[in-house]
Design a protein around this ligand. Sequence first.
Ligand code: SAH
Length: 219
Amino acid sequence: MEIDSRKYQRLRESMVKNQIEARGITDASVLSAMRRVPRHMFVSEALMDQAYADHPLPIGEQQTISQPYIVAHMSQALQVDRDDRVLEIGTGSGYQAAVLAEIAYRVYTVEKKRNLYIRARKIFDQLKYMNIVTRYSDGTMGWREESPFDAILVTAGAPEVPKTLVEQLAMGGRMVIPVGHSFSQELIKLYRDEKGIHQTRLGGCRFVKLVGEYGWGEE
Ligand code: SAH
C-alpha cells in the first residue's frame, strides 16, 4: 500500500492549520514535523480516514493515540533541539515518537505492552525512522544505560513524578508528564539546572494510566 497520498496530505495540512496553529502552537520545528509525519499510518486501516480529526483514537489494548493538538503542545513544551537525545515513555502507536524523531537527534521509546511495542517497531522500520530506538519494558524505570536525556516525555498519566526519571534528566533537561488522578491529570513540566528542579503547570489533560513500579499498580 502507498504510504502517503494527496488526500492524506491535504487532511494533514488542514489539521496543522486549524487544530494546531489556530490554537497558538508556534514552534516551527514542531509544525513542520507534524506536516511530515503520516499520522494515518499509526492507526488501524479502519480508522485511517479519522486519523487527522481533532480527537484521540483507539489503538487496541485499551490504549489511545493522543489528539494531534496534545502531541503538538507537549512537543513544543519539551523545547527539543536537533542535537537532543529524547526519552519517551509509552510508545503506544508510535506517532509521538515519530514527531519527536523528526526534530531530535535520537528518540528512545519504551512500551510495556508487547503487541504495541511490536507494531510500533514495524511501522518505524517501514517509514525508515532510523533514529528511533525501541524497548519493551516498564518505562517508569527509565532507560538507565542511555541516560542522561535532554528531554523526557511521559505519555501516560502518573500518580506522581517517578524519581527514576528525574534522575535520568541531564543538566538543562526538560521533562513533560501528566500527573494526577487516574481519570484526569495536570500536565507538568520540570526543568533541571544548577539550582535544582523547577516545576511549572501546563494545564489539565486526560491520559491512560502509567502502570509500573513507579506508576499505578497493575489492574
Ligand atoms: N505516545 C503514544 C500514546 C500512548 S498511550 C502515541 O503517540 O500513540 C500510553 C501508552 O503508555 C500505552 O501504549 C501504554 O501501554 C503505555 N504504558 C503505560 N504504562 C507504561 C509503562 N510503565 N512503561 C511503558 N509504557 C507504558
